[in-house]
Design a binder for this molecule. Structure first.
Ligand code: NAD
Length: 300
């Protein structure tokens, strides 16, 4: 079998188009422009790239983008005061604090100081609790993107066996909650799981979110299963020239694609969906804040 490739880049483009259409209607019919504030502390190069990309895509779908940059040695009080201002600013519907923060800042404290209704990353403890109890919440962007791709491919996920490899708060755990919400039978595997290969072999859906290059080989995959590879790992690529690198996922793409029914590539799979879902969450937050109907198909 050769797997169908789930094209996350194309899917993300359709999500952005849908968001842009809704934003245009909100502006015209309600005089409302959704706004996303992104807070960056320090000069981490990878974070700067992410923040730039988020700002650019926010503007492209017609929303307002507000960027706030603080020095790496800014005090916690300064950061909390900024979040406080954004929490009460009616032009700001979504707030994202780019993680990781410099070590002297308490990430949990900072994240939990964001107004949960504006917490478009879905990391606030209230949103975690709401998701865990099956209530309306802001859903973390990467798992939301994975869920959208799975629903698009399968229609109903009800009754499927899903194995999520990785138990992080930002991917693994919320992913498992979402799959449970869609009536999958969910197993969360992690670094201490025994006989991981056997666990994965029972899965109709495998979501790998580990951060270990190509750790899932094709012979762990049940024939016809759907493989969602969240991992983004940079490895040496001497075949491209000295000092060159390339990105790979947590799954060994070639061998998994021979067995799976569908698979997301790395790059071009889950990655592009994350920012698209951030935009979707910002639109959802703006609709909720103004008592307007939420767009269909852009939330869990
Ligand atoms: P994390 O380090 O917080 O969590 C990794 C998890 O993997 C842990 O729960 C750990 O128990 C588990 N694990 C480690 N070794 C294992 C092993 N040998 N077998 C089974 N499980 C093992 O990582 P994270 O933040 O969840 O990210 C995971 C990967 O997803 C990374 O490669 C990251 O870059 C990527 N990621 C991608 C996106 C995106 O596409 N937009 C977003 C977030 C994370």
């Amino acid at each position: 079998m050769t797997a169908k490739v789930i094209d996350g880049k194309a899917f993300a483009a359709t999500v952005r188009e849908k968001v842009a259409g809704h934003v245009a209607r909100l502006k015209e019919e309600n005089g409302l422009t959704p706004g996303l504030a992104v807070v960056l502390v320090g000069e981490d190069p990878a974070s700067q790239v992410y923040v730039r990309s988020k700002g650019k895509q926010t503007v492209e779908v017609g929303m307002n983008s507000f960027e706030h940059k603080l020095d790496a040695d800014c005090s916690e009080a300064e950061l909390l005061a900024l979040i406080d201002r954004l929490n009460t600013d009616p032009a700001v519907h979504g707030i994202l604090v780019q993680l990781p923060l410099p070590g002297h800042l308490d990430e949990d404290l900072v994240v939990n100081s964001i107004n949960p209704a504006k917490d478009v990353d879905g990391f606030h403890i209230s949103n975690v609790g709401l998701l865990g109890t099956g209530q309306k919440s802001m859903v973390p962007c990467t798992p939301l993107g994975c869920l959208m791709m799975l629903r698009d491919h399968h229609g109903s996920l009800s009754g499927m066996n899903a194995v999520v490899i990785g138990r992080s708060n930002i991917v693994g755990k919320p992913m498992a909650q979402l799959l449970l919400g869609d009536s999958c039978t969910v197993t969360i595997a992690h670094s201490r799981t025994k006989d991981l290969a056997d666990v994965v072999r029972g899965a109709d859906i495998v979501v790998a979110a580990v951060g270990r290059p190509e750790m899932v080989p094709g012979d762990w995959i049940k024939p016809g299963a759907t493989v969602i590879d969240v991992g983004i790992n940079r490895i040496d690529a001497p075949e491209k020239g000295e000092g060159k690198t390339r990105l790979v996922g947590d799954c060994h793409y070639v061998s998994c694609a021979e067995v799976a029914g569908a698979i997301t590539p790395v790059p071009g799979g889950v990655g592009p969906m994350t920012i698209a879902c951030l935009l979707a969450n910002t639109l959802t937050a703006a609709c909720r804040a103004n008592g307007l109907q939420e767009p269909d198909g852009l939330t869990a």
